[in-house]
Design a protein. Structure first.
Length: 580
């Protein structure tokens, strides 16, 4: 089709009924086909009855749609008791006429193969139950009990079509459960999946002594749907399905930055910390402080009055809280204030998919701003590296979609970066911090550097990572005459240089005093010479003045004598004194 002549096609979406089951509506893109039957099949113990019962209960409680549950195996009081542990009160719902439980007993020995076999009696009973409460949802559990005595495929197919047609005429959204058949057949009769509009297959498998339940939508007429296998969890809240189906990298991103809790580390990251909604990996050998860094991050998140969810796969919450007090981090106050939540479990408690569902469910429930997984390498005990990587890809996609910042810690089993166990994970994260042991001068110290940090300017320097009673810190590496110095070698070199500076200052001061003494001596000599010079000058001036006076007197006398000889001199009269 040419870009200039693209046709404007409008699609009419298939009407759907929301199940209310966590995650299932997302996979089915809205719920089950409205007014049509859906087949839920699987082997014993996979959760068929619970899923269908929760479909009816949530319809009555959340969508005000009454429902009928017709059981062919368990009695009504048994069903009510089974779902009490999930917090559902079936007796009250029945009293309020929101749900009708009906048990139909079928004795296989009474079923005869005749051409007159039909389900007319069931239709009458089911129709009455639907009309009595105005039901919008119907469950038939299980289908095998209706046809367990039949082997005639013609009759079986005809009655199945009549049953499905009857449900469509009543306009109810129905779930029909069926047991898994042999071979490639989804059900024992092998016919139900062909006449159903939607088929959901439940599976319960055990691999390496770890049980996992999975759900797959085999078909869905008239609607797009997720086609993968999805793990689901059955716990005190019912069924939770993990609908991580996104294969497109179309997540929104944020340019906002959040602090790591370490000002020195924030400075290495351009002065502002990590991107909000990003993923961070902290890896290193045992004892390098990975959990301490994660605790600092959690503490900083809570200090900003944001929620943090901490998944611990190695230590108990009380152990983590106690240990962090030794580095001046009080996590207990955040737990008490409802900002910090711990979820501690051994990896072997669930399979990988169950851990993923549990994480997904807690995040949906608590809505944290930050999540910590410490450490992810323990998950390898319940799956291969490739399986752990696949799980973490789905988890990172989900967290990025929710704009939640996540910090992983990973144990490095050796010091060769290219061979470490977190290599596959490190390619997924946005920032990777590596903490390593540096052994020199008979002691063990720690060094940290940033392997990568996407989208931001970051330091390429190795910083010494120190852990003290006052907390964590990063200090600049110290360059000595023989290269980079850390630990006590750095302190010794600093002390040596400090001593050298003191000695140099003392030498300079001593030389200054000596110069000062010499200056004073020279100045004294100069003063003495100046005095002598002034005395000699004064004596010379005196002699010069006396000689000048003498010359003046002689000159005057000579003049007077000359005048006398010429007769021009005045002769003083007698009795008159000559005036001077």
């Amino acid at each position: 089709m040419s870009k200039k002549k693209q046709r404007d096609i409008s699609y009419t979406s298939l009407p759907k009924t929301a199940t209310g089951i966590n995650g299932l509506d997302e996979i089915t893109e809205g719920g089950l086909p409205k007014g049509r039957p859906t087949l839920v099949c699987g082997e014993a113990g996979c959760g068929k009855t619970l899923l269908s019962l929760e479909f009816v209960i949530r319809g009555a409680m959340e969508f005000n749609e009454p429902g009928v549950f017709m059981a062919f195996e368990e009695k009504a009081d048994e069903l009510a008791m089974n779902v009490t542990s999930l917090g559902f009160d079936l007796d009250k719902l029945q009293a309020d006429k929101k749900i009708r439980l009906d048990h139909v007993h079928i004795d296989r020995s009474e079923i005869e193969e005749t051409g007159e076999y039909d389900l007319e009696g069931l239709f009458i009973r089911l129709g009455y139950a639907i009309d009595s409460i105005g039901a919008k949802r119907v469950v038939l559990d299980t289908l095998e009990n209706l046809f367990s005595g039949l082997s005639n495929q013609t009759i079986l197919r005809a009655e199945l079509r009549r049953l499905f047609g009857f449900l469509k005429e009543k306009g109810v959204t129905a779930i029909i459960t069926g047991e898994r058949g042999e071979g490639s057949s989804l059900t024992r009769q092998g016919l139900e999946e062909y006449v159903s509009d939607c088929v959901i297959l439940l599976d319960h498998r055990v691999i390496n002594q770890i049980s996992t339940r999975r759900l797959r939508i085999v078909k869905y007429r008239g609607s797009q749907h997720g086609t993968n296998e999805y793990p689901f969890l059955i716990d005190e809240d019912g069924i939770s399905v993990l609908p991580v189906t996104s294969l497109k990298l179309e997540k929104d991103v944020s340019s906002a930055r959040i602090s790591s809790g370490l000002p020195a580390l924030d400075h290495m990251l351009g002065g502002k910390g990590f991107f909000k909604g990003s993923s961070v990996l902290v890896s290193g050998t045992a004892g390098t402080g990975k959990t301490s860094i994660a605790a600092y991050f959690a503490n900083e998140t809570c200090n900003r009055k944001n929620k943090c969810l901490y998944f611990a796969f190695e230590e108990s919450p009380k152990q983590i809280i106690r240990n962090m007090k030794s580095i001046n981090v009080d996590l207990q106050k955040h737990v008490d204030s409802g900002l910090l939540f711990f979820h501690a479990s051994r990896p072997t408690l669930y399979g990988l998919e169950m851990h993923l569902v549990a994480i997904y469910k807690l995040i949906k429930k608590l809505r944290p701003t930050a999540v910590v997984l410490d450490p992810i390498t323990n998950l390898i005990t319940v799956g291969s590296v490739s399986e752990v990587k696949s799980m973490l890809i789905r988890l990172i996609d989900f967290l990025q979609e929710e704009q939640i910042t996540v910090m992983f810690t990973a144990l490095t089993l050796n010091t060769v970066i290219s061979d470490q166990t977190d290599e596959g994970v490190s390619s997924l994260v946005d920032a990777w911090l590596l903490v390593r042991d540096i052994e020199s001068n008979g002691e063990r110290n720690r060094g940290m550097y940033i392997m990568k940090s996407r989208g931001m300017k970051h330091s390429n320097q190795v910083r010494e990572f120190i852990i003290t009673d006052n907390g964590l810190d990063l200090v600049d590496v110290y360059l000595g005459p023989d290269g980079v110095l850390i630990g006590s070698a750095r302190e010794a070199q600093k002390l040596k240089e400090k001593t050298g500076v003191a000695l140099r200052d003392f030498a300079v001061t001593r030389k200054d005093r000596e110069v000062m003494r010499k200056r004073m001596m020279l100045e004294a000599k100069i003063s003495s010479l100046q005095a002598e010079f002034e005395s000699a000058e004064e004596e010379l001036n005196k002699m010069y003045l006396e000689e000048e006076l003498k010359q003046n007197i002689l000159e005057k006398n000579r003049q007077e004598i000359t005048n006398i000889r010429r007769g021009t001199a005045d002769t003083p009269k007698e009795g008159v004194k000559k005036k001077k």
